[in-house]
Design a protein around this ligand. Structure first.
Ligand code: UD1
Ligand code: MG
Length: 508
């Protein structure tokens, strides 16, 4: 991606994030299908640093485990009880080789919209300018509680002053009283010369409004020592925005989604209603697919070309082939083959694999079910722990009874077999290739190739029952009228009813 590869990226993620009011550490909160820290690691990897270190402290084990899960090559550095971004950075440096030279980028675990491309630009700008420090800044209409960038008459950055300290200066009415009104803010993302950073941090103290060791103090120290400090002012202010509370979490989540949806539209996907469409950062979608309103494509979902997804569909870690249609569906860890159709009102649970051109229709729930090419489960079915061969047809209302109260068992339905409506297939059971099951059957034993299994009570009709047991009802009158009409027809000589009037056998 670039000819400039920094020696290291240090991601600061040790803070508690008290304003989230959460038992989950701030950097593990998620937007766009990734944790905030996951976004930071993803961006960091795009500059291909030699070393990547994440500084942790609050909920140390949870955050460290998360880092290990996301990026096996990342180092975890522990921050001690000394507080502040400066100390965090020092602890990160201590986890890296002591003789490290070159550029060290520092980023924050809670700034999720920062892109790898911006880190590439930062590295390039820093290395080509010869500055000892380059800080990413942004101009905001409201600088809120961000650190203020203080420039001299020539426009060079001389220091960064934290908001609380700037407030104190205003109260004192001294020469820095105006700094609180500065709208150019410190993003907290920097490129440093490794040696300058190490020696400056050793000097930084905790004499400030928060009693913390500020990373921002490195800038004043570098200037004092006659080094250059440069700024990279970014126009895209979202990239510098940190998450401090749940309101910001939602705002950044919505903006990230807006960007992701726009990206896919530019790649040739029709999104009917971007405002109600949510697409996670790691999802991919093929060209000429249409995404209808109310759709969420989450996790590692991949959708092929020329498909239709939605409306009102949530797919989590689902693979959808080319030309498939998935309508009003909830699905997770499932595969939908090319040209297959799913929905409306279908629920595909983990392990569902629908073959090419297959169908899972309305009010069907599937789990751990391999459904072959061209096979159909069209209506009102529970299909769990099943293997269904190609071209098989499962009638409306069929239940795959997979659970005996203790263990789950599998059902197999062979190629081009036909299961009649309202059947119960009691697992473990096998229906061979080319077999039939009569509607309404409860199947407990194997059905061989070419056989039909009929497993239901024989029909028995009791004459005159309605007249005797439901006398005076509308039903009895309807029966009387129908029987009269039949008798009149017989009188007219029409062959209306061919069977002789049956005689009652037994009353029930
Ligand atoms: C910091 C900057 C401020 C900047 C802002 C941008 C300092 C002193 N201030 O302020 O100039 O405008 O970020 O968002 O650097 N962290 C640690 N260990 C700590 C404290 C923080 O690892 O002891 C991590 C946090 O997990 C977080 C990041 O550093 O990822 C920023 O910490 P935060 O407390 O939010 O700093 P701000 O006060 O926002
Ligand atoms: Mg912050």
């Amino acid at each position: 991606m670039t000819s400039y590869h920094p020696a290291a990226v240090i991601v600061l993620a040790a803070g508690e994030g008290t304003r989230m009011k959460s038992t989950t550490p701030k950097v593990l909160h998620r937007i766009g299908g990734r944790s905030l820290l996951g976004h930071a690691l993803h961006a960091a990897r795009q500059v291909a640093p030699e070393h990547l270190a994440v500084v942790v402290r609050h909920e140390r084990q949870r955050v460290a485990d998360h880092v290990a899960e996301l990026d096996a090559g990342a180092l975890v550095a522990d921050q001690d009880e000394v507080k502040g971004t400066g100390r965090a950075c020092e602890c990160g440096l201590n986890a890296l080789p002591a003789d490290l030279t070159g550029t060290v980028l520092v980023t924050m675990g809670d700034v999720p919209l920062l892109t790898g491309q911006t880190l590439v630009e930062l590295t390039e700008r820093h290395e080509s300018s010869g500055a000892a420090v380059t800080v990413i800044t942004a101009e905001l209409p409201d600088a809120k509680a961000y650190g203020r960038v203080v420039r001299d008459g020539a426009g060079d950055v001389v220091e960064i002053m934290e908001y609380k300290d700037a407030l104190a200066h205003r109260e004192a009415g001294d020469e820095y009283a105006h700094v609180v009104d500065v709208r150019e803010i410190n993003s907290g993302i920097y490129a440093f010369d490794a040696q300058v950073l190490r020696s400056a941090l050793a000097e930084v103290g905790t004499e400030n409004a928060q009693g913390e060791k500020y990373l921002t103090d490195v800038i004043g120290i570098a200037r004092r020592d006659g080094r250059r400090v440069a700024a990279l002012l970014v126009d895209d202010v979202w990239q510098t925005e940190g998450v401090n509370d749940r309101v910001q979490l939602a705002e950044l989540g919505r903006e990230l989604n807006r960007r992701t949806v726009e990206h896919w539209m530019r790649e040739g996907v029709t999104v009917v209603d971007p405002a109600t469409t949510w697409i996670d950062a790691d999802v991919t979608i093929g060209r000429d697919t249409t995404v209808r309103p109310g759709t969420q494509l989450l996790g590692a979902t991949t959708v092929g070309a020329d498909g239709v997804i939605g409306p009102d569909t949530t797919l989590t870690d689902v693979e959808v082939g080319d030309g498939a249609s998935v309508v009003r569906t909830q699905a997770e860890l499932a595969t939908v083959g090319p040209g297959a159709t799913v929905g409306p009102f279908s629920y595909l649970r983990p392990g569902t694999v629908l073959g090419a051109g297959g169908k899972i229709g309305g009010f069907v729930e599937t789990k751990n079910a391999q459904i072959g090419d061209g096979a159909k489960v069209p209506h009102l079915t529970y299909c769990g722990d099943a293997t269904i061969g190609e071209g098989a047809n499962i009638g409306a209302g069929t239940i795959f009874a997979n659970y005996d109260g203790v263990a789950k068992h599998r059902t197999t339905v062979g190629r081009h077999s036909f299961v009649g409506s309202d059947s119960v297939l009691v697992a473990p059971v096998e229906i061979a290739d080319g077999a039939y099951v009569a509607a309404g059957s409860t199947i407990e034993g194997r059905v061989g190739p070419g056989q039909i299994a009929v497993a239901r009570g024989r029909q028995r009709n009791v004459d005159g029952w309605v007249a005797r047991r439901r006398a005076g009802t509308a039903t009895a009158r309807a029966a009387e009228e129908a029987q009269q009409a039949a008798r009149d027809g017989a009188v007219d000589g029409e062959a209306r009813h061919t069977s002789p009037e049956p005689t009652p056998t037994q009353e029930s």
